[in-house]
Design a protein around this ligand. Sequence first.
Ligand code: HEC
Ligand code: HEC
Ligand code: HEC
Ligand code: HEC
Ligand code: HEC
Ligand code: HEC
Ligand code: HEC
Length: 413
Amino acid sequence: MLKPQSIIILILPALWILFRPCSAGAGPYMNSVHGSNTVGVNRSSIAAEGYARGNCAHCHEQHASINGSEPSPSGSFPCAFALFANNFTGGTTGSYIKSDDFCFFCHINVGAVQSEGGITNRQYANTFGGYTTDSATDILGAFNLNSYHNLYDIRRFARTKFSFFKDLSNPCVACHNPHLVKRNKTNPSNPAYAVISRPSDHGNLWGDDTNERMDKYTTYRSPRFYGSNSTYEPGGVTIRDGSLTPDYVTFCLDCHQYQVPTTQSASMNPNTPSGYLTAIDWSSSGDMHGQRTRNFGINGEGSESYTCRGTVIAPYNTSPVASNYVLSCLDCHEPHGSILTTSSRPSTYLLRKEINNHRVDGCGNGEQYFCERDGLCYSCHTNNHAGPQGCFGCHYHGARDVNCGGPRSGPDF
Ligand code: HEC
Ligand code: HEC
Ligand code: HEC
Ligand code: HEC
Ligand code: HEC
Ligand code: HEC
Ligand code: HEC
């Protein structure tokens, strides 16, 4: 394992060569939002020293001092990759504070080192789904919600699977390349402004090319935009075939095709070993929300002899009805964290607060409630069985043969 100091020795010469042309040169970094000369990085402590907006030095420090003193923030330097702060020092679980992760120094509402102050980043369901109530307005806040993508676990897993990912790499960097990211939030209906990179292809953005979108599964249908029965995600468009939505299935499955280790929630799946999450199978032999064909008609046709029945509602039941819809992971999940809840369940599994023009609440009346039935499943279904909660007891990723007082065997999710 390389010590932080030796990494800096390896990297500094590369930085030295790259830093100088970076303020004048073109290339992918200059097209990224961080490299932008209008909205890009601009750390107030060195902007004052004449560094142009977008300069690499707003994140990387070639020298520990500028004009004889160390620019803010100061602390336990030098840091890995010659960054101005430690890349990641968070513990095995949240809650996180600003100094736990390099990115939080700017992606925080209050106390950012960026000259304009804090950066607002809303939840996926708000930016792309149009939901109006914020459960978080910065990235630190999203990771501090009840259910969150545990950064320690992400880093631990990425180290074992992806060769670009170094021992001292940042867990955010497993999903984002800070030298390439664009600004999707101000162009939510245009996936050319991509912010993610597949961990198996860190050197490229994901979703910006037309063959990296959800319409590659020919039966994707976009959920409805909040407050509207005629427009769809992302961002309230009329087109609904997934051609404007990145292929999040391929992205998430770079990691979730495996049983990933977790320090936090227990798996719903009785067949998954403790300390791991269920490997997600979206293929034609996996879940029905994925490429496996559903058992019954859209209005439950064919299920008449079973105890447990239900339907799939709009927009999925509107013409032309597909025989096998394939959903995006982010139709149901948030990427960072989710749901302020008073629920006593062990986890809300990064599930969205708003799904398909429907607020996920119920089992109580208000933003802080979260109910499996009324809130979550009824965003897209009706059903005739089980009480107000307990749907996850039989319907979860990979569920098979979970009976319901009837003879049917087979997949249940
Ligand atoms: C020195 C400040 C700074 C640091 C550190 C920083 N960012 Fe940013 N980031 C910005 C600014 C400024 C923008 C553009 C402003 C905006 O979008 O409001 C931005 C935009 C982004 C965007 C595009 C979405 C958006 O908000 O417009 C992503 C994604 C992003 N940053 C990820 C990261 C990640 C991941 C890290 C850590 C590896 C990181 N940033 C570290 C300043 C920073
Ligand atoms: C928004 C902050 C930010 C800006 C701006 C930025 N970098 Fe980085 N850079 C990082 C982070 C974070 C890492 C560490 C990546 C990791 O955790 O694996 C890094 C890593 C690197 C590395 C190590 C190799 C790699 O890609 O992992 C090099 C070389 C580098 N940066 C060069 C540059 C140059 C040159 C520029 C300007 C053209 C630049 N960086 C601008 C945040 C930034
Ligand atoms: C497991 C993968 C993953 C991890 C880990 C992750 N992100 Fe993200 N992030 C995403 C996805 C997916 C999106 C939404 C993508 C889109 O806009 O297409 C996103 C969106 C963003 C955005 C843009 C939000 C907006 O305003 O639209 C920022 C900024 C960001 N992430 C920063 C971070 C930071 C900082 C970290 C680490 C603390 C982090 N991310 C960790 C997957 C991840
Ligand atoms: C870089 C690898 C990686 C990627 C990419 C990734 N995840 Fe994860 N995910 C993990 C790890 C590791 C855990 C276990 C830590 C934890 O439980 O938070 C996890 C946990 C989860 C959990 C359970 C959270 C809980 O409450 O314990 C959900 C849900 C999830 N991921 C969904 C997604 C979705 C949706 C995407 C795509 C937007 C995605 N993941 C992309 C690595 C990844
Ligand atoms: C129809 C909504 C829906 C979609 C689409 C969806 N999920 Fe989930 N996901 C859930 C629900 C509900 C749970 C909680 C029950 C469970 O654990 O399976 C969950 C839980 C999880 C977990 C924790 C599993 C465990 O061990 O308990 C992971 C990981 C996960 N989802 C990843 C994904 C990924 C990756 C995708 C896309 C390929 C995806 N999800 C698509 C609804 C969805
Ligand atoms: C974003 C919308 C959405 C959400 C949320 C959702 N589903 Fe679905 N579900 C669908 C669609 C669309 C299908 C049809 C898939 C196909 O055509 O293969 C489906 C299929 C199913 C099926 C298989 C139906 C059959 O005919 O065999 C079951 C069972 C199911 N869902 C249960 C649930 C449960 C339980 C929940 C809550 C935990 C849930 N779903 C949440 C959209 C959703
Ligand atoms: C005791 C186990 C059990 C519980 C608890 C349960 N279900 Fe089911 N459910 C089943 C079985 C078995 C089926 C038969 C069809 C299948 O699995 O596709 C079914 C069918 C369905 C369907 C029919 C799908 C279609 O399109 O035909 C929906 C929708 C559904 N359940 C939703 C729910 C919701 C919502 C809850 C919680 C309120 C719930 N279920 C609780 C076992 C259960």
